[in-house]
Ligand binder design. Structure first.
Ligand code: ATP
Length: 353
């Protein structure tokens, strides 16, 4: 459907703002280097204030970078105004025209481009089919549910066949259940339309569910660009490990290639090129270990709670409280507060930072 899938490239992009409290300049985005493949779904992810919206708005042209260059396909676009860029944005607020019906909202951009009436009708009908609003052309947008309004906003962006579709936290006004179903819909529509998508969210599960790649930002800096799996299993640093899912950090000493000593016991752990004898921080996901009566690392259970799908434990190992989620607890021994237990690690779960 899209004319041409376009990639996006940011080269040494920085944005400087003045802090209104101190009056001092600061980098909202600092030296961002990104390459977004044509046709891929990429999410800018990070806590509030990390610079993800600023990055998206620079791609859209609503903000201009203070340093660096942005490319859409092979074209440098810094100097282009938003309407001259081959992008379309879906906003959190939907930004629909309230006194227009669905058809007119979706057709708006095409009318501005002075397209033939019959062509407009065909394009709008096709797009409404794609977003699941077929036959609803005459409904007024102020009579629609939040989810339907979001579909109209999406249709309006898609109908102009942009090279890149930009999303600014599009689901944050919807309730939790609808957010989950709409994100699946957005992913389906992006794949069917075969379009490049850049999506901003602070919700890591949303990012994992829809993205080919995640760009994790923190305080204006890009911390990691990778698939969600790589970010989860091989985080670049503690910030990423903590932001994507839950993580325990165990103090360790590298004893050899892929061997680390934790609390006096040697265990298998991916060490990369870390030197023998160096201190490290071992990332353990809560589902990466189970409790048993025998093993090498002994701890004391400080918290034990049945959560249905898993038993939630906090186990004190040395001076570190380790969170463990033991799935499918029905047929397993349940440890209570005060019990001793040994940690057993699943194969390939430990990763040294
Ligand atoms: P959120 O999830 O809260 O939207 P974000 O990661 O999208 O956060 P940005 O909106 O990109 O963050 O903002 C990055 C930083 O720049 C923040 O500290 C923000 O307060 C600041 N900022 C954003 N716009 C301006 C502006 N026009 N003037 C001054 N500071 C700004």
């Amino acid at each position: 459907m899209a004319k041409e899938k376009k990639g996006v490239r940011l080269e040494h992009i920085s944005k400087i703002y003045k802090d209104p409290k101190t009056g001092k300049d600061f980098y909202a985005v600092k030296d961002a280097n990104l390459e977004i493949e044509p046709g891929s779904f990429v999410t800018l992810l990070g806590p509030s204030g990390c610079g993800k919206t600023t990055t998206l708005r620079m791609i859209a042209g609503f903000e201009s970078p203070d340093e660096g260059e942005i490319y859409l396909g092979n074209e440098a676009i810094n100097a282009l105004t938003p309407n001259k860029r081959d992008t379309a944005m879906v906003f959190q607020s939907y930004a629909l025209l309230p006194h227009y019906n669905i058809f007119d909202n979706v057709a708006y951009g095409l009318k501005l481009r002075k397209m033939d009436k019959a062509v407009i009708k065909q394009k709008v009908t096709d797009i409404l089919g794609l977003v699941g609003l077929e036959g609803m052309e005459n409904r007024m947008t102020n009579q629609l549910s939040g989810g339907q309004q979001q579909r109209v906003a999406l249709a309006r962006a898609l109908v102009i066949e942009p090279g890149v579709l930009l999303f600014d936290e599009p689901l944050s006004n919807l309730d939790a259940k609808l957010r989950v179903s709409m994100r699946t819909e957005i992913r389906r529509i992006q794949q069917e339309a075969g379009i490049t998508a850049v999506y901003v969210t602070h919700d890591q599960s949303e990012a994992m569910a829809i993205s080919d790649k995640v760009i994790i930002m923190n305080k204006g800096l890009v911390e990691q660009i990778s698939t969600p799996q790589e970010a989860y299993y091989y985080p670049n640093n503690k910030f990423v490990a903590d932001f994507i899912g839950e993580a325990n950090f165990l103090k360790g000493t590298v004893k050899g290639q892929d061997i680390v000593e934790i609390a006096g016991a040697e265990v298998k752990c991916a060490t990369g090129s870390k030197a023998v004898g160096s201190e490290c921080s071992v990332v353990l996901r809560p589902e990466g270990a189970t409790l048993s009566d025998a093993g090498s690392i002994k701890g004391t259970v400080k918290y034990s709670c049945f959560m249905g799908a898993y038993q939630d434990y906090h186990v004190l190992i040395g001076d570190t409280l380790v969170k463990i989620q033991e799935y499918n607890p029905k047929n397993k021994r349940i440890y209570g507060v005060g019990d001793y237990a040994f940690l057993n690690f699943e194969e390939n779960t430990l990763y040294a930072l």
